[in-house]
Write a new protein. Structure first.
Length: 166
């Protein structure tokens, strides 16, 4: 389990309800999406990328990303639960697409993504760190699924989906 010093729970919950913070994070992700689009990545929407272990990696997030996620998701009953995949992968698709962390946005499982993802991630982390400073939230890296468990977001009965997904 992640110690509380790595995940500032109180500050994350405060930011999850802070409209100025949520707007700043939306702007950050919009700029990131434009930069990603410049590389013309291909997403087959197969959900393979949501199975982190299949690619030999873990998804790391920052407290600001967790706060944004908490502020922009709503509970919905899970259709399926694949223990090897992110719990927001339901029916093979991401049900938290608009709320997903930066690592999910930058990673593409098709080979054309190789070569530009790392540089883009490093550059975007500079902007993300600045948001942490602006909104007074400690900057740290935590593993996505472990952070969600620590936040008590995961259960066997529920998944969480974008509030704007109908």
């Amino acid at each position: 389990m992640i110690p509380d010093v790595d995940i500032p729970i109180t500050r994350i919950r405060e930011l999850a309800g802070d409209q100025e913070f949520l707007s700043a994070m939306r702007d950050f992700y919009a700029r990131l999406e434009k930069r990603i689009a410049d590389h013309h990545p291909v997403c087959r929407q197969c959900g393979a990328c949501c199975r982190f272990d299949d690619f030999g990696h873990k998804l790391y997030v920052t407290p600001a990303e967790v706060a944004f996620f908490l502020g922009t998701v709503a509970v919905e009953s899970a259709v399926e639960r694949d223990p090897a995949a992110c719990p927001y992968r339901i029916g093979g698709l991401c049900r938290a697409r608009h709320s997903r962390p930066m690592g999910c946005r930058v990673f593409f499982c098709e080979s054309a993504g190789l070569g530009w993802q790392e540089a883009l991630t490093e550059s975007a982390l500079v902007d993300l760190r600045a948001l942490h400073e602006l909104f007074n939230v400690p900057y740290a890296y935590v593993e996505w699924l472990q952070a969600l468990r620590h936040q008590r977001l995961l259960s066997t009965d529920n998944a969480y989906c974008d509030k704007n997904v109908q």
